[in-house]
Write a protein that binds this ligand. Structure first.
Ligand code: ADP
Length: 430
């Protein structure tokens, strides 16, 4: 981590330094070129002014020795050159600054001589008598400007790299130290920087959930175990009449089945907690899944004389069959368990291009508005009075919620006490 921060910091600071270096070099070069242009314009104005009074004055003009002055006639023949003999110079008609000056009055051009490695700036003014006055001056190239700043910039960059490395070390220490010092048993008591607060709050919430879960698990497992050991103890002490032995054995059997189901539920929920959606998903025939669940629950449905209405068109999608079965089994089992005698269940399956929709509606005991937000909590059982008569661990809907989250679906519920409950499920076809 420290290495990564240091590397990034050095790269960023060097990049910033480089960009600054390039921008300032270009700015410097442009400023220099502007001042060169200003200077040659000034020189040409002065010369034009002098020529107006004395047309032959050019030959005595050595005061502008820094710049080369050339006078060219309208056919491109050099009439005067301050450096070379004008007779030895070739025709200048095709020079870009002269063409431009003829067209617009003023012409500029910049040429680089590879043989001399010099750059020359040309400024030409078209005069009233048809000839053109040209001032040429050597300038620094952009390269020269870059090279001249190289030593200072290089030194600055090395300094920046050292500072960045030192600062990143300090920064990493400041980030890591408080994390290493976290007291995990009391997350909210830690005094640290605000960005760690969500992490600490999460830790605290998970810690509370874990403690609550362990307490609930122990309680839920202890209850049937206490009954089992109580019945067995009475039998072992010979306190049960011969004819009551089958009843007691049945009670022990029922309680142990109950215990077995609870343990299974706990294992299921822990597995779902850890599960990740695999990349290879199975083909699911949702209609077949729901029909098979209904046939498994036939006995309970008939015992309560419940009427089941189904709208089950053929709907298929990708998912995990075991998880889909778990979700719909728990929801349909609840619709039966918490239904009234002669009640009704309505199940509707539908789909569109991307999603599958399932509606499971019952006319059962319903859930109070107060309990509704809590039904997906682990071990939550809505009405404690029902929990004596209706079997359950309070884990079913929690398993449903986890399963739906794993399949990246959605679930919502509406319910009215004594009227019934409706669950809406959305699953992706993937
Ligand atoms: P349980 O094992 O108790 O059925 P669940 O997690 O499946 O646990 O459900 C939690 C609680 O939500 C149940 O105890 C019950 O009070 C309530 N509940 C769930 N489904 C229904 C339903 N269809 N009608 C009425 N109450 C329901």
């Amino acid at each position: 981590m420290e290495k990564k921060i240091r590397k990034n910091m050095i790269v960023i600071s060097v990049l910033i330094a480089l960009i600054t270096y390039i921008c300032s070099s270009v700015t410097l070069y442009l400023t220099m070129m502007l001042s060169v242009d200003k200077e040659v314009r000034h020189i040409s104005n002065q010369i034009i002014h002098i020529l107006e009074d004395n047309p032959d004055a050019l030959h005595s003009m050595t005061l502008f020795s820094e710049s080369r002055i050339t006078l060219i006639d309208e056919y491109g023949t050099v009439l005067f050159d301050s450096i070379k003999d004008s007779a030895s110079l070739e025709n200048h008609e095709s020079r870009p600054e002269l063409i431009q000056a003829k067209e617009k009055g003023i012409g500029r051009s910049l040429r680089f001589s590879t043989s001399l490695s010099t750059q020359t700036y040309y400024y030409a003014v078209h005069l009233d008598n048809g000839s053109t006055l040209r001032i040429a001056t050597e300038t620094h190239t952009l390269n020269d400007v870059f090279i001249s700043g190289l030593i200072v910039s290089g030194a600055a960059m090395i300094l920046i790299m050292i500072l960045a490395a030192m600062y990143s070390k300090k920064l990493t220490e400041n980030i890591i130290r408080p994390i290493n010092q976290i007291d995990f048993s009391h997350p909210l008591k830690n005094q640290t920087y605000p960005e760690l607060k969500p992490l600490l709050e999460n830790l605290d919430r998970h810690d509370k959930m874990r403690k609550e879960f362990s307490a609930n698990v122990s309680h839920e497992l202890k209850t049937p175990l206490t009954s089992i050991s109580g019945y067995a103890e009475i039998m072992a002490n010979g306190l049960v009449k011969e004819e009551d032995i089958p009843t007691f054995s049945q009670k022990i059997y029922d309680e142990s089945r109950n215990l077995f189901h609870r343990i299974e539920d706990i294992i299921r929920i822990s597995k779902l907690d850890e599960a990740d959606l695999p990349s290879q998903l199975e083909d699911i025939d949702y209609c077949a899944v729901i029909e098979s669940i209904l046939s498994n629950l036939e006995k309970q449905i008939n015992e309560k004389n419940i009427t089941v209405t189904i709208i089950l068109p053929s709907v298929t999608g990708k998912g995990l069959i075991s998880v889909a079965e778990e979700i719909f089994y728990n929801l349909i089992e609840n619709a039966v368990k918490y239904n009234k005698y002669n009640g009704e269940i309505f199940i509707q399956l539908s789909d569109d291009t991307h999603n599958i929709y399932v509606k499971i509606k019952d006319t059962g005991i319903g859930i109070s508005q107060e309990d509704l937000p809590r039904i997906y909590e682990r071990f939550f059982r809505s009405d404690r009075s029902h929990s004596h008569t209706i079997e359950g661990s309070g884990l079913g809907l929690s398993i449903v919620k986890h399963g739906i989250a794993l399949l990246k679906g959605e679930i919502s519920v509406e319910s009215k006490l004594n009227h019934g409950t409706t669950f809406h499920i959305l699953l992706k076809k993937h």
